[in-house]
Design a binder for this molecule. Structure first.
Ligand code: DX5
Ligand code: ZN
Length: 219
């Protein structure tokens, strides 16, 4: 699977969102990870489609949209922009996950499923063949800058095995507490997409940090 870097704009400066996006674009990042929170599914409220609208036509970076919201089916369509590459919903927020996935796919974008740290991998067993990506949460979703929950490494290994055994090509994205210091072991465990928020945007030079991550990823 192709290794991709997806900086999370949650840690960007929203007063200068465009400038921050341009920094990681200049550094060569592959996608923009967009954290949408509703104050219900997670204890924080972030951005809606209007924020992304402001970037359309100004960046060619693909959007990797992570919906941390209840009732995502209702809102998926409003996140389909020319830049939207993949939309992920939380397993814990979707009682009819199969339907939610079909809904995303019917809009012509890739579909992902995110699982919280306490959610077991077996909850993906019946849906794995229908999805393009799994987001393994390695923090409890809601905030940037939290520490990596160690059990995540083994979970990635086991998910990678589960996917390979079935001969599927499903991306494994790791989200939460990803740093330059643990990026390599996450890739070795089987993740191929790294999300990094504070490790990129909370630093002095996000472009430079992007380049460092890409180097670590073999680019
Ligand atoms: C957390 C979000 C993450 C967050 C990661 O709920 O889903 O995408 O931005 O931030 P860092 O990389 O700082 O842990
Ligand atoms: Zn996220």
């Amino acid at each position: 699977m192709q290794r991709l870097l997806s900086p999370s704009i949650l840690s960007a400066d929203f007063g200068r969102l465009y400038e921050d996006v341009k920094k990681v674009e200049a550094g060569g990042a592959h996608m923009l990870h967009v954290d949408v929170m509703d104050g219900h599914f997670v204890p924080n409220i972030t951005m809606g489609p209007v924020v992304l609208e402001g970037l359309i036509g100004k960046t060619t970076m693909p959007f990797d949209i992570h919906l941390m919201i209840e009732n995502p089916d209702r809102y998926v369509k409003s996140f389909v922009f020319p830049n939207t590459k993949v939309i992920s919903v939380h397993q814990e927020a979707c009682p009819h996950l199969h339907r939610s996935i079909q809904n995303i796919k019917s809009l012509g974008v890739k579909a992902g499923v995110a699982i919280n740290p306490a959610t077991p991998l077996w909850t993906l067993e019946e849906i794995l063949e229908d999805i393009d990506m799994v987001i393994v949460m390695t923090v409890n979703p809601g905030f940037g800058g939290q520490s990596f929950i160690e059990g995540g490494l083994d979970k990635i290994r086991r998910l990678h095995e589960m996917i390979s055994k079935r001969g599927l090509s499903v991306d494994i994205e790791v989200d939460g507490g990803v740093k330059l210091s643990n990026g390599k072991e996450l890739l070795e465990a089987g993740a191929n997409i790294l999300v990094a928020g504070s490790a990129i945007f909370s630093q002095n030079d996000p472009e430079k940090e992007t380049v460092k991550f890409l180097k670590l990823m073999g680019y």
